[in-house]
Design a protein around this ligand. Structure first.
Ligand code: ADP
Length: 369
């Protein structure tokens, strides 16, 4: 016997809700997400109030109706999920529905060039024709306004479909918002966990981001609660971890990787970026000086079985680009521009690979409906 949703619905039309004379399908109690897997049937039933005195008897009657009118072999017992209107309302709609990939840019410790890498990945993606958003979630030291030369920008509110949204700053083809736009830049920022989390949620949920291929989030360094709350509510595609080759930085990067990959958080690492890999003086372009050690992040990537997306040298123009608000990767023909170009190609490949891994489960879900 092959089951299909209408068979189940027809059977359920025989169940009346006490005192109304109406059946439970007509009343909208039976949800329209009837799932069938062989002989196993599951769906949810939506009641107005959690203390509805008839919940138990109506659910029992629904089970009996299916076994009587469809087949006694249907596996329905314990497969009806009971929901109440309050619960359904409490479930927030998915944030950023028009964003294809949400990516965390993270580091174990500060000062390794995480923001520099985030900015240059963003402008390189935009140069390649992707729609890119960048959020400065580094609430303890927001540096993206400066790196974009937009320290004085004050994002405006605009009404979109009756809702007030914050318009991101649009620069170098990247839509960008930073907590730094909303505080006085000379004030020390003392955020407590919940406050910071809420401020970030607002920039994400109430930013007018529109359609994006990549939404990059520049996380604060380390492993704070704010990271975790954000990660768990957003449905992040994966994380990129930035480190220098230095031992102390690598130890923290390892912790950072474990924070994402641990069972509870379960976010895949899209790759590791080694920044400040070596120094080459302009007058001796063949020479490489491994100031922070050689290939440290490369070895860590191998050890932890994650891709190494790229190695970025220490170059004066990278620091200058950051300070002047003109990211160095804007110049695609410079050596650093080319380094970021390769890095971004590896990044795109890693994101695509991750999405391909997710694809089969998505397909199963669709066929079940
Ligand atoms: P983080 O976000 O990890 O705290 P930043 O991106 O703010 O680090 O970088 C710290 C400082 O190092 C900045 O002044 C930046 O311009 C500089 N910097 C970062 N990467 C490089 C690099 N590859 N070469 C030269 N300077 C760099």
């Amino acid at each position: 016997m092959k089951l299909y949703p209408n068979l189940i619905l027809d059977a359920l039309r025989n169940v009346r809700y006490p005192g109304t004379g109406k059946d439970i399908v007509e009343m909208g109690i039976v949800s329209d997400d009837i799932r069938i897997d062989g002989m196993k049937v599951s769906f949810s039933m939506l009641f107005d109030k959690p203390n509805d005195p008839f919940i138990k008897s109506v659910v029992k009657a629904a089970e009996t109706a299916i076994l009587t009118y469809v087949s006694p072999d249907v596996l329905i017992k314990d497969n009806i999920e009971i929901l109440t209107k309050e619960q359904v309302k409490a479930e927030p709609p998915r944030m950023l529905p028009d964003v294809k990939n949400i990516i965390a840019i993270s580091s174990g410790k500060g000062g390794v060039g995480k923001s520099t890498v985030a900015v240059n990945i963003a402008v390189t993606l935009a140069r390649k024709g992707y729609k890119v958003g960048l959020l400065d979630a580094d609430i303890f030291g927001p540096s993206l306004p400066k790196m974009f030369g937009e320290e004085d920008a004050r994002p405006m509110l605009e009404a979109v479909n009756g809702k007030e949204l914050i318009t991101p700053v649009n620069k170098y083809g990247v839509k960008m918002l930073s907590i730094g736009f909303f505080v006085n830049k000379d004030d020390a920022i003392v955020w407590r966990g919940a406050m910071a989390g809420n401020a970030l949620k607002q920039l994400i949920g109430e930013g007018n981001w529109g359609e994006l291929d990549y939404f990059l989030i520049d996380f604060p360094p380390g492993t704070s609660d704010i990271h975790l709350t954000l990660v768990q509510t957003l449905g992040i595609t994966g994380a990129v971890v930035v480190s220098t080759p230095q031992d102390v930085a690598l130890a923290d990067a390892r912790k950072g990787i474990n924070m994402f990959t641990n069972e509870k958080v379960n976010i895949p690492i899209l790759g590791l970026v080694e920044n400040m890999s070596w120094f080459t003086p302009a007058e001796l372009p063949e020479n490489k000086y491994y100031i922070f050690g050689k290939d440290g992040a490369k070895k860590l990537a191998e050890e932890m079985n994650v891709p190494l997306l790229g190695q970025i040298p220490i170059v004066q123009s990278i620091r200058e680009g950051g300070d002047e608000g003109k990211p160095v990767a804007l110049n695609e023909n410079s050596i650093t521009g080319m380094a970021f170009d390769t890095l971004v190609d590896n990044f795109i490949t890693s994101v695509d690979k991750r999405n391909a891994e997710l694809e089969p489960t998505k397909k199963v879900d669709i066929s079940k409906k």
